[in-house]
Every structure is written in C-alpha cells, then in structure tokens.
Design a protein around this ligand. Sequence first.
Ligand code: SF4
Ligand code: SF4
Ligand code: SF4
Length: 626
Amino acid sequence: RINTIMQTCFFAISGVLPRDEAIAKIKGAIQKTYGSKGEKIVQMNYAAVDKTLANLHEIKIPGKITSQIEMPPPVPDNAPDFVKDVTAMLIAGKGDEVPVSKMPADGTWPLGTTQWEKRNVGLEVPVWDEEVCIQCNKCVNVCPHAVIRAKVYDPKILENAPDTFKHTKVRGKDFPEGWVYTLQVAVEDCTGCELCVEVCPAKNKQEVGKKAINMMPQIPLREKERENWNFFLEIPDYDRKELKIDTVKGSQFLRPLFEFSGACPGCGETPYVKLASQLFGDRMIVANATGCSSIYGGNLPTTPWAMDEKGRGPAWSNSLFEDNAEFGLGFRLTIDKHNQQAKEMLEGMKDILGAEFVEKLVNAKQKDEIGISKQRERVEELKTKLGKIDHPDKQNLLSLADYLVKKSVWIMGGDGWAYDIGYGGLDHVLASGKNVNILVLDTEVYSNTGGQMSKATPTGAVAKFAAGGKPLPKKDLGMLALSYGNVYVARVAMGANDTQTVKAFMEAESYDGPSIIIAYSHCIAHGYNMKYGMDQQKRAVDSGHWIMFRFNPDRLKEGKNPLILDSKAPKIPLEEYMYNETRFKMVSKMNPKAAKEFLQHAQEQVKLSWRKYENMAQMEFSEKTE
Ligand code: SF4
Ligand code: SF4
Ligand code: SF4
C-alpha cells in the first residue's frame, strides 16, 4: 500500500522518532496487520519499506520556476461555462475561491461532467483490431466506465474522419446495407482494467495470444485517439426504436448515460448501472442508497450521470442507508400523482384540445420504445396546442405535461443497504405493489466503508466483524422477495450470462409492479485481480454459489410457472470458486481446520439451495390464476 511507503519516508526524514526505532515499529505493524495473510505478503511489505529507504533522495527545490512546461488546464476549453467556472476550480483544488453566486440556486447539479475530467489513469488501453472483431459488443457491455463504445452509421459520415479512425463493414441483417461499424475507446478515460479484453471471445488466428482488442501503452496513442474519440462522439446515435435493445449486442449501441465514474478500475457494480442507464436512462429517476454507488454516482466535483443528444438523462439523488427504498417510493407516488393530475386536466379541456387527441394521450400504451416515442410526440403537440389557447389550467398542465410520458423509477444500492440497514424499508416497498425497480448491487460485503460483514456475506468469507470467517450462511434475499408472489425477482451475474442480465432488466422494467434485481458484483474487497471479475462471476454460478433465476408473476396469467431457472445444476466444486479469492483463502492460512469446516458447510448449503430452487421451478402451474 502507498501509505506504507509514505509512512516510511515520513519517519525517515522527520526525526519524530529515532529512525531505526521508527522503522522497526513500522515493520512490527506490518507483521500485525498482514501476518494472517501469509508470510509472502509480510515479506513484500518489508521489501517495500527497505526499497523506500534505499531510494529516498533529497531533491533541492530551486528558488524560482525555470520549467518551460505549461500545465494543461483542468478541463478543456470547449467545456461548458459551469464546468469551467466551478468544476475546474474544484479539480484544481481551488474550491474555496468559487463565489456562492456561481453555485446552482436550487441545489441541483449539472449532469455529465465526468467527461471533462480526462484522468489519463490507464497506463495501457485496449486497441481494436477490426479484422478480428466479430462485433458482439460484449466488451462494451462489461466496461465499468463506459469507455469502449460501438456505433453503426452511414459511411458518408467518414468523409471528415481523422486519418487513423477505424471502421469496418457492419455484420448482421439488422442494419442498412453498406453501413459501417466502429469500436472506439476513450483512452483518456480508460482505467486500463482489462475486463473488456478478458471477455472478448474473438481470437486472432494469425497471432497466438492476441484477440480483437489488445492492451497497448496509452501515451503513444493519446493524441490520435483523442481526435478519434471526438470524431466518434459527433457520429449520430443509431435510432433506438430500430435496435433490438433486449439483446446484448443491440443494447450496447445505446448511449450510456452513466459514464467515466470514479469507481475502482474493473468494478463489478458499474456495468449494471451503466446498462440500466442505456436501456431506460432517458426517462429514469434514481434513488441511490449510501454506499459505493452513491460515491461514484455523485461525488464532487463531477457526476457520471449524463444526457443524450436531446438533453434527456436520468435524474439522480442519494438518500440514507435506512430510508432509500422509501425515498424512491416517494418518487413513484409523486410521479403517479402528477400523471393523474395531468390526465384530469386533459379531461377538463377535452372540448378545446379535441376528444380523440386527449383519449390518445390519456390511454397511450407505452410498452416499448416506439410507444414511448409516439407519446413524446403527442406531449410536444399538446404543448404547442396549449401555447395557442386560453384556459385557467393551461399553465398547470404545461408544467405537468412531461409526466404523461412513462417514467422509470430505480431504487439502487449495495447489499449493506438492501440486506441489512435498509431491509425494513425495502420490504415495505416490495409489499406496496407500486411500479418501482430495485437494483441490488451485491458485493457480499460493505465495500465502501471498508469491508464490514453484511447479511449477504457468504459462509467462510473474512470481513470486518467476521475476522475468522463468517460462520453463518448468506441470507437469500431473492427467496424472501419471491415469497410475495406478485414481485418480479431476478438474480443475475453478467459474467456468467450477459443475455440473461439484459432480459432481466427489460422484464423488470416492463413489469407493472415492484421488481427487484439482485446482481452479483465482483469487488476489490474480494481480493483478486479485477480483470478476472467476469470469469469469477461464472465460477460463482457454475459452483452453485450464485443461482441465476427470473421470477415473473406475469407468467402466472398464462398458466406457467413464474420461476425460470437460468442456472444449470452446479458443475464445479465450490472450492474452485472460493479459493480464487483472498477473502476465503485467508481462513485456510489462519485456521485450516475452520476453513475445511466452512467449505463443507458452504457446499452443503449449495446443494440444499439448488434442490429448493430446482423443485420450485419444476412445479406445475397449468391452472389459470385469472
Ligand atoms: S480497459 Fe477497462 S476501462 Fe478501459 S475500455 Fe476496457 S473495460 Fe473499459
Ligand atoms: S468483445 Fe471482442 S469481438 Fe466482441 S465487439 Fe468487442 S472487440 Fe469485437
Ligand atoms: S469498492 Fe468494490 S464496489 Fe466499490 S467501487 Fe470499488 S470495486 Fe466497485
């Protein structure tokens, strides 16, 4: 850790303690902190201390600045005024100098400002080989930072393309003949996590070990790729009404409205958040519980929630662990009330606006992108009509007209919120019958606050408050939720089955009632290289630790069993999943006997759990419920 090195420097220079005594104490602390993780980790930390001392050199600071190098401004010149006046000042560490008059008076904060940060943290970035690529868009799907994107477009647009801008003929019959496909990376926003390269299924047959995207040093690419990225942004998005957005490939042509967040490189939560923003972001309202997602979702000075080319984007706000579900329910109730008021006013103005027009507005089916788009057109027409008439309700209806378009309420947070502190509220909202979507980003531990055990932590995992490994099983939140019978419930793991994930998001959103998606999210707290996060998700599913399913109450109406098991019977021993992660491995180092018992218990739980779900999925539901 960097603090080991900085601490060594501090005590070596400052003279607060005699140097040798201070270093001995640092090494003592290393033994105490990391002893349980094994001798190798301890020795690596000792080596960090010794190398720090060996390489500690005094640097003489010149009396005046002689460097000719200009520091680039914190944000580019073409950034909006707010970003230049406020965001850039905060990035530069000069927040104290921002006058109050520059702050938004109502407390709202402009969207889409992470795009101006250009953190340049990825030492290596993916480079696309258009000859090898099969255009599956899997890399786009998993990118936690919305950095790698795909577009399909008319090749006429290429007339002004930079000379290194890549494209190739688009594959598949769903696009116009002759159109082209580009996969572009925003290299200045890439964290170099390599998740995209790991999931890429296309191997280069000419060069062993290479794929359709390969990591290369960022600096030599930076200037050219900046130009390419800016050109790529100018290419119009494909019409979302024409895309098969219920597929992985189709959904990944949708513009992400959650981008370049400050989550850890390779984070397992953000691909789900990004996916929701692509599918529903242009009419989405998010209640975000405290936790990692509230930090990377709304940390100053920038926000990753963004807007599309029409200026539509998710409205986002954060609430507490203990009341976030109710906070989101409040959004739903308010939206429904506004919608009802708008409809009542429309009925009262039927004679002026036209009965047929009002009937269409009030009873619009907004089941898909086409239906929603048509309703948006009607609302625009309504606003034009209202502009030409005189009526006491005119202003009120104008202010509520947008609520006639279907809104998508999302209540999000981690397992600490959903399983523990906010569970009472979450259960209350599930029982309300209201049309809300709950997304649980399950890292099986309190990630943001430093790795405390939650009720989602599995047997045998080490966490704070479970230093010797958690002796009890993980709570089955999915089973609790589906016991209501009228709640849509899905358990997903993108790395194991990305198609199932997209399907679950689509079904949950279209279900007219409460829905909950519990999403397996790999995390740095699990203790392994995050580039293998999606592989590890697959192991979680293959071992039976994470059983994927969808429970859709709508299937009851067709006399079908609402539960669909999307997992197959466990096919690898649980050990193969668990012992890839330090959180489980640690116990086997500290206490091999306990580790063996945990593994045995956990394996028994897997068997029991699989039997339960398998039996439920096989039940006969042919008798119609309506
Ligand atoms: S390396 Fe990571 S951040 Fe960069 S494009 Fe790939 S998945 Fe995204
Ligand atoms: S995952 Fe590989 S094959 Fe698929 S779109 Fe990305 S680069 Fe192409
Ligand atoms: S701590 Fe875990 S969940 Fe939080 S941002 Fe990092 S990887 Fe993601």
